[in-house]
Each structure stands twice: as structure tokens, then as C-alpha cells.
Write a protein that binds this ligand. Structure first.
Ligand SMILES: Cc1cc2nc3c(=O)[nH]c(=O)nc-3n(C[C@H](O)[C@H](O)[C@H](O)COP(=O)(O)OP(=O)(O)OC[C@H]3O[C@@H](n4cnc5c(N)ncnc54)[C@H](O)[C@@H]3O)c2cc1C
Length: 404
């Protein structure tokens, strides 16, 4: 195993670090300010479009996509340290580079399973950053961590499919730039193979019967920077039969393929979020004095910093090993490691950010530091893309299999 960054990765890292310092971090406050003046808080602030144009000009574009025909053609091991850097500003940098979830997963699905017409109509504008997209699987009525529970119906009717269902926490869907949904539903609800009952279908946002009903809150807040998390109702939505992705009954397999890279991308960015939290904690600790000593001189704060550094180094190595396995033996071969990082990373990073919040006192929960936003983003990743317990269950079953 060799996780040393190669020349191309080093070159992109240097470029990206400079881009973050010169453009992304200064734009954080600007985006907030602009959002307050937008017609709708869900619109994209103009500074984001400026960042996108600059990133594209610098060749920092679609770095996530290993497919060289459509994306940058980087391996997971090459992309990992770059995604980590974007995690330092998770609400701006991934979007600036056209590397933000859920578009990344949706582009991967279209590149891998879409037909030529679907690629032309939806993948091309997504790759160009002209539109956004959403992935609609989770439903309020059923335990959606078990995808076999999904109740949305996708019914064939002549040359069309008709979609009926209600979804929630559909990320990005509040943003009017989100033009297309990839919807998971059942085409064969009574089929003998539970894993062949679901399909994925493309549903344009402006199709009659699609209603983006409301923004779901996250810990009481509306997550504007992410394009929100919407409740979406599909009421007799008719789309051409050609909108099915791959084949009827292939939804479950596509979902599995989609989630592997998505999960490692989240973990890479989480490490960047943890690095930012440690940096803020250290800066704060050396600059504030309480009871005659700087916070940095307090043993307890030193313990937080040391523990955070040890944890980050451990996590990064595990994430890089997972990336290396995905590159060498494929996503299936890296299955256990993908689950391990998805369990370990959000859990540990939530704790690191929490310590940084504590070191900031009231400032830590305020809008003047990015820590509260970072904490919320990390905490929700214990749920999104599969709750921890589901990954633990699956990992444990694989482990136990050896002894049965
Ligand atoms: C901020 C955010 C963004 C999201 N974005 C999207 C999106 O873009 N698209 C989308 O489709 N979904 C999205 N989701 C939804 C997310 O993927 C689901 O919440 C998740 O899959 C869990 O499904 P559920 O909420 O129905 O929980 P349930 O399935 O009801 O599970 C509830 C809890 O039960 C426990 N549990 C479940 N199964 C087991 C088990 N086998 N063993 C032990 N415990 C178990 C877990 O603790 C779990 O958290 C998002 C969620 C959040 C919070």
C-alpha cells in the first residue's frame, strides 16, 4: 500500500489550496450577505457562480468523476486529498468545483447507467454546472434505511410511467436550479425478488404533478447553503418510458453502486471539516486568557487538541486505504472498509467539532464562526446515506460469517 500523493495530486492540491485561500474563504461571508438580499433564500448567491467560473477556468472542475471521458479521470486515491481540502468549506467549495452531493452521485449514475439521450439531456448540463439535481429515495411513511420498504409507485402506462409517492429530506431540491430528480420507487411491488422490485426514473422538476412542498429543517434551521432538504410529492406524474435509468427492476443495484463513492466523498470532506475545527480551536486557544493562563496552556484543552490530531490521522489513513482498495479491487471489494469509514468518520468528527465549539465558548454556537454549521453537517452524516446502525449491522454480519 502506497498512499503517497503523486505528482498530479500534489499539483492539484497546491492549486486548490491557493483557490481556497484566494477565493473560497473570502466568499463565505459574501455568500451569507448576498443570500439575505436574494428574492428567495433558496436561490444561488451570485458569488457562487463567480467561484464556479473561476474554478472551471483553473481546471478545478468535476474532479470527483473517475470517468476520464466526462470528468477529471482521477482515481479515488488522487481525489481523496482534494475532497478533504474542499471539506474545509463544505457549503461552498464542493459546489464551486461542481463536486457537491447529491449532484456527484447523480452524475455518476447517469455516466454509468444512463443512455445517450439521458446523458445529453441531463448529464451534460450537470457536468457544465448549469443545473442542479436531487436524489429522491427517503419517505416519511416508512423506515427508509431499508430500501425494500420504499412505497413510491412507478407504474407503466403505455409509453409512459406514472409516479406516485411522497419523499422527504431530498437534498438540494429547494434550490430552483435543481431541474431533475432521480426518483426511486417500485415498478414491481409484488415481485418474488425484493431486490428487483425497485427502479430509478428521471423526473423533471417542472413535470405536472411534482410539488416541492416545504423545506425540512435540520436541528431547527433551514439549510440554505445546501439548497435545502425538501419534502416532495409526486402526484400522478407522467414521464416518458425512456426516463427509466438502466432497466426496470435495476434500482436497488444502481443505489448500491451510487452510494459507495458518495460515502467516501462524505468522509473525505469530513476530515477537512475536522481539520478546520482543529485550526479554529488552536487559534482561539492561543488568543484567549482565562484564570491567568491562555486556554492553550490548560491541560484539558491540550488533551482535546492532541486527541483530535490522533483521531484525524487515524481516520485519514483508513479513508486513504479505502480509496486505494476501491481503485485496486473495486467498490465491492472495498465494501467493509467503506462501511467502516462511514461509521467511524462522522462519529469522531462530531466529537472533534464539539470540542472546538466548547473551546470557543458562546462564540462556538454563534453565527460568527463556522463551527455550528460544521457540527450540524457532520451530525446529519450519521443518518444520511444510511444510518450508522445499518452499516454496523452489515459490517458485523460479514465479520460473523467467517465463524458460522
Ligand atoms: C440532512 C439530511 C439530508 C438527507 N438527504 C437525502 C437525500 O438527498 N435523498 C434521500 O433520499 N434521503 C436523504 N436523507 C435521508 C436519509 O438517507 C435517511 O434519513 C436515512 O436513510 C434513514 O432513513 P429514515 O430516516 O427513514 O430512518 P429509519 O429507517 O426509520 O431508521 C431510524 C433509525 O432506526 C435505526 N435503525 C434502522 N435500521 C436499523 C438496524 N438494522 N439496526 C439497528 N438500528 C437500526 C437507526 O438508528 C436509524 O437512524 C437525508 C437525511 C438528512 C438528515
Amino acid at each position: 500500500m502506497d498512499f503517497a500523493y503523486d505528482a498530479r495530486t500534489e499539483e492539484l492540491r497546491a492549486k486548490l489550496l491557493a483557490f481556497m485561500d484566494e477565493h473560497v474563504h473570502p466568499a463565505e461571508a459574501v455568500a451569507e450577505e448576498q443570500r439575505a438580499r436574494l428574492a428567495s433564500p433558496w436561490d444561488t448567491p451570485p458569488v457562487v457562480e463567480e467561484l464556479k467560473a473561476e474554478a472551471r477556468r483553473q481546471g478545478l472542475w468535476n474532479l470527483f468523476l473517475p470517468d476520464g471521458e466526462y470528468g477529471a479521470g482521477l482515481t479515488n486515491l488522487q481525489y481523496a486529498p482534494l475532497a478533504e481540502i474542499t471539506g474545509r468549506s463544505p457549503h461552498l467549495a464542493p459546489t464551486a468545483l461542481n463536486c457537491a452531493a447529491p449532484d456527484t452521485g447523480n452524475m455518476e449514475v447517469l455516466a454509468q447507467f444512463g443512455d445517450e439521450a439521458q446523458k445529453k439531456q441531463w448529464l451534460e448540463p450537470l457536468l457544465a454546472g448549469e443545473i442542479r439535481s436531487a436524489f429522491a429515495m427517503t419517505e416519511p411513511e416508512v423506515a427508509s434505511s431499508d430500501a425494500t420498504n420504499i412505497e413510491t409507485r412507478i407504474r407503466r402506462d403505455g409509453d409512459s410511467y406514472v409516479v406516485d409517492g411522497r419523499k422527504w429530506y431530498i437534498s438540494g431540491a429547494m434550490n430552483p436550479d435543481c431541474r431533475i430528480f432521480i426518483v426511486m420507487g417500485k415498478t414491481d411491488p409484488d415481485g418474488p425478488d425484493v431486490r428487483r422490485r425497485q427502479s430509478m426514473i428521471l423526473v423533471p422538476r417542472d413535470a405536472p404533478g411534482v410539488e416541492v412542498r416545504r423545506a425540512m429543517r435540520v436541528y431547527g434551521y433551514e439549510d440554505h447553503s445546501h439548497g435545502g432538504h425538501a419534502e416532495v410529492v409526486f402526484d400522478g406524474v407522467r414521464v416518458p418510458a425512456s426516463n427509466i435509468i438502466g432497466e426496470e427492476g435495476g434500482g436497488f443495484a444502481i443505489a448500491q453502486a451510487r452510494l459507495g463513492p458518495g460515502r467516501i466523498h462524505h468522509c473525505m470532506r469530513l476530515i477537512g471539516m475536522a481539520e478546520r475545527a482543529v485550526e479554529l480551536m488552536c487559534r482561539r486557544a492561543v488568543s484567549r486568557t482565562a484564570f491567568g493562563k491562555t486556554l492553550a496552556q490548560q491541560g484539558v484543552v491540550q488533551n482535546w487538541i492532541a486527541d483530535a490530531r490522533v483521531t484525524i490521522e487515524q481516520l485519514r489513513l483508513l479513508v486513504l486505504k479505502t480509496a486505494w482498495l476501491m481503485d485496486t479491487v473495486g467498490n465491492q471489494g472495498a465494501h467493509t472498509e467503506i462501511q467502516a469509514i462511514k461509521i467511524a468518520t462522522p462519529r469522531a468528527v462530531v466529537d472533534i467539532i464539539d470540542k472546538a465549539v466548547q473551546a470557543h465558548g458562546a462564540g462556538g454556537v454563534s453565527q460568527d464562526f463556522p463551527l455550528a454549521e460544521l457540527w450540524t453537517a457532520a451530525r446529519t452524516l450519521k443518518l444520511a446515506d444510511g444510518p450508522d446502525e445499518v452499516h454496523q449491522r452489515s459490517l458485523a454480519r460479514r465479520e460473523l460469517k467467517k465463524y458460522l
